[in-house]
Design a protein around this ligand. Structure first.
Ligand SMILES: Nc1ncnc2c1ncn2[C@@H]1O[C@H](COP(=O)(O)OP(=O)(O)OP(=O)(O)O)[C@@H](O)[C@H]1O
Ligand SMILES: [Mg+2]
Length: 372
């Protein structure tokens, strides 16, 4: 066997953990002004004052979640007057689920999942804060997923107006929006109590991407595993998609591809092959957050050879789900607003009801993600 071959018990990864998507990296550069802005907003809490609410906004994979988590852990070291809670709104997508999560983080016990009213659980959260004399900072991560059924407004409203009903209680909200070009607006009633410091996370430029990627390469792999041209290719893909997560996932997958070939270095083909899956990361994540009925509908659309008329689509959808036209139409509207479907509302069919519907993304990609 050639000495260039990787033995079965050898690995290319010095520390593969730094390529996990939820890993909080030690090296977090090019976000100083955003980190400063977050710290300034939260700092009043250290003196027992209500912090300033924040609206954190930017395209996918630009470091929003990471920045907030890093600020939380830095501040935790300097104060025990504040409870920092991050909620993943893709997972906890109703007002009840969000408050359950907050309760769980504060008390270290999962609340019952049923038989408790929202109000009762919220009372408990408040009581916990008052009894422990703590200020609560809640990061509502990926809150963009909650806009379409009014949950975002409901949650914000409850958290931000809590002090009116429970004097003395101090809660601040960091709303994190993963911005894919859909506009999100809070209800004016929320807006008037939210009044956030807005913090933008722009896309990284090519030099910043190169710096971040090569640092991650150094931590993740043994020396000489990643040739320069491979690193360049990864940077190019990140620059193209704008999503740093794609680059980190690419590194992980292409490393595994090289190991599968028992190679001591990653080749360009390993990267190309990995890109096939990594490029779908964001789409798959969005699709995972859909409800069962929404996925059914999306599948029906993606399976069509060409554009489909709303009427025909409804027939198939109704056959599978048993749902009526009103519900069908609500789902269509939501998926149009969230950039999943492309609905031509100008279609002038019979009584103006015929509408042409197509998928916003490549149908083959959608079907792949639906399978995962
Ligand atoms: N400046 C940076 N330095 C090092 N790593 C970074 C930096 N910015 C982002 N990353 C890495 O990129 C990945 C994506 O970052 P993060 O999850 O914070 O993005 P996000 O803006 O929250 O994306 P989304 O809107 O999709 O939720 C993470 O693995 C993170 O470690
Ligand atoms: Mg995020």
């Amino acid at each position: 066997m050639s000495k260039d071959m990787l033995l079965w018990d050898e690995t290319l990864f010095k520390n593969g953990e730094v390529l996990e998507l939820d890993h909080v990296p030690e090296y977090f550069a090019h976000r100083d002004s955003q980190m400063q802005a977050l710290k300034f907003s939260l700092k009043p809490a250290m003196r027992g004052m209500r912090p300033v609410n924040c609206l954190v906004k930017g395209p996918p994979g630009t470091g929003k979640t990471t920045a907030v988590l890093k600020v939380f852990s830095e501040m935790k070291e300097h104060t025990d007057r504040v409870s920092f809670v991050k909620v993943n709104c893709q997972m906890d997508s109703t007002r009840f689920a969000v408050v359950s999560r907050i309760y769980e983080k504060l008390v270290n016990i999962k609340p019952p999942t049923s038989g408790v009213a929202f109000r009762k659980l919220f009372d408990k959260v408040i009581k916990q804060l008052v009894d422990s004399n703590k200020i609560l900072v809640v990061a509502l991560d990926d809150i963009n997923y909650l806009f379409h059924e009014g949950h975002a407004d409901e949650i914000m409203y409850s958290l931000l107006r809590a002090h009116e009903q429970y004097p003395g209680v101090k809660i601040a909200v960091i709303a994190i929006i993963s911005d894919v070009g859909v506009s999100h607006h809070f209800d004016p009633r929320v807006g008037s109590v939210f009044l956030p410091e807005e913090i933008e996370f722009p896309r990284y430029d090519a030099e910043e991407i190169r710096d971040i990627i090569s640092n991650r390469v150094q931590h993740a792999f043994y020396q000489d595993v990643v040739p320069d041209e491979v690193c360049d290719k990864v940077v190019e893909y990140v620059d193209y998609t704008g999503d740093l997560r794609v680059g980190i996932d690419l590194l992980r997958r292409s490393g595994l591809n090289a190991e599968r070939r028992a190679s001591r270095t990653i080749s360009m083909e390993d990267v190309e092959k990995a890109y096939d899956a990594s490029r779908l990361l964001y789409l798959c994540r969005s699709i995972r957050s859909l409800t069962e009925n929404e996925r059914t509908l999306l599948k029906l659309v993606a399976e069509q050879e060409k554009d489909v008329q709303a009427g025909d689509l409804y027939k198939s959808f109704h056959e599978i789900t048993g749902l009526g036209y009103t519900r069908f139409y609500e789902i269509i509207e939501k998926m149009n607003a969230t950039q999943m479907l492309d609905v031509d509302f100008s279609g002038k069919g019979m009584r103006g009801r015929t509408r042409v519907i197509k998928a916003k993304h490549n149908p083959q990609d959608i079907l792949k993600c639906l399978e995962y």
